[in-house]
Design a protein around this ligand. Structure first.
Ligand code: PMV
Length: 380
């Protein structure tokens, strides 16, 4: 018996939302209650890598995540992605092509950053999966829709730079997809600093958290109808015109609103911890005279900060001063040579009333906007 084998590898970035998605309109199709906007972060600092091998001699599909085999049949999200790319057009079905056996595949995926700690690890993973499955199964439609079926925010990791996930109008979500606002080269002065506060798994996953908010939070409904459309409009304009103060203010207000909804949820959801609030306090004081940095938090304790080139060293230095690291192995704590870290120490801003929080951060990742999911190797 002859076999046909196809294999493909892809890498995909994480993204950080500046207009947040929180709440599903339809759980089965994974469509959102509101549109959202994110910045894709560079794959050189954090990415997921996935390989899909499809072979007609495979008896079943298999899934390996970070080196461990998972039960792929029980994984509804992966099943939804597989069903989408393997579904045949109605036209072919009429010609009895349903009898053709499905070519099974083996999926291997790994992340180089903490899984489920509010760093959108699933977004990178499902963007990779969609990219690979699209190639292996010759799927010609929008792959951001396939990624969305795995994890909503994953659709935004398909594209680089500044990305909008359009809520869409079709009930089954065929137009609930990602569109690029501007590519990763659009705003080179914009810098991103990730403060890893915790690499623990979040206590309530985003799907369960959203479900709880949708059923109990009145604020969530108000936000989706009355706040998000204006925020989307303004932040798109701020991105196009590189208006940092506008971008920074909206980013922080959006983050505050997401966590206010979490607090309004019953029972309440708590993703930010005391260190997260200490970071908010530091950035607020740092911005007292002029907006120089913005914070944002997803469903986890880790902070993502935005700043501009001109404030970058001062901000980093200020962070090192108020959140110092006492261990000697600086290289495993910040992705920057220790000589550069030493030089930075002199540039910190003086912030009255801000306490020093020793060893409160597990890691600092300095990064920037980057490209979307891409294929690494293809041997067809
Ligand atoms: O894509 P999910 O189901 O992991 O949800 C992500 C939700 C937030 O990260 C909190 C916000 C967002 O828009 O990414």
């Amino acid at each position: 018996m002859t076999t046909t084998e196809k294999s493909i590898k892809s890498i995909a970035p994480i993204n950080i939302a500046v207009v947040k998605y929180w709440g599903k309109e339809n759980e089965e199709f994974n469509t959102p209650l509101n549109s959202s906007i994110s910045v894709t972060l560079h794959v050189k600092d954090m990415c997921a890598e996935t390989e899909v091998v499809a072979d007609s001699k495979f008896k079943e599909d298999k899934l390996f995540l970070n080196g461990r085999e998972e039960d792929i049949q029980k994984n509804k999200r992966v099943q939804r992605c597989l069903n989408m790319v393997r579904s045949k057009p109605t036209l072919k079905r009429k010609h009895n092509e349903d009898a053709t056996p499905i070519v099974r595949c083996h999926i291997t995926s790994a992340n180089n950053f903490p899984t489920a700690a509010g760093l959108a690890s699933s977004a990178a993973g499902y963007a990779c999966l969609a990219k690979c499955l699209g190639h292996v199964y010759n799927y010609e439609k929008d792959l951001s829709v396939v990624a969305r079926l795995g994890s909503g925010s994953a659709c935004r990791s398909m594209l680089g730079g500044f990305v909008k996930w359009e809520k869409g109008k079709c009930p089954e979500g065929s137009d609930s997809c990602a569109v690029q606002i501007a590519n990763e080269h659009h705003w080179p002065e914009l810098k991103v600093i990730i403060l890893v506060v915790s690499s623990n798994q979040k206590s309530v996953g985003s799907t369960e958290g959203m479900r709880r908010s949708v059923t109990t939070s009145q604020l969530l409904k108000y936000r989706a109808e009355h706040c998000v459309p204006g925020h989307i409009d303004k932040i798109e304009k701020a991105i196009h015109s590189k208006d940092f103060p506008m971008f920074a203010e909206l980013t922080m207000k959006e983050s505050n609103q997401l966590h206010a909804i979490c607090q309004d949820t019953y029972p309440p959801l708590r993703y930010m911890n005391t260190t997260s609030h200490d970071i908010v306090n530091l950035i607020t004081k740092y911005n007292a005279a002029k907006l120089k940095a913005a914070y944002t938090f997803d469903a986890g304790a880790n902070a993502v900060l935005f700043t501009l080139d001109e404030f970058y060293e001062e901000l980093l230095s200020t962070l090192l001063k108020y959140f110092p690291f006492t261990n000697t192995e600086i290289e495993s704590w910040i992705n920057m040579p220790s000589s550069q870290v030493k030089e930075l120490k002199t540039k910190a801003a003086e912030l009255p009333d801000v306490c020093i929080h020793e060893d409160a951060l597990q890691r600092i990742i300095c990064t920037m906007p980057g490209p979307g999911a891409s294929v690494v190797v293809s041997d067809e």
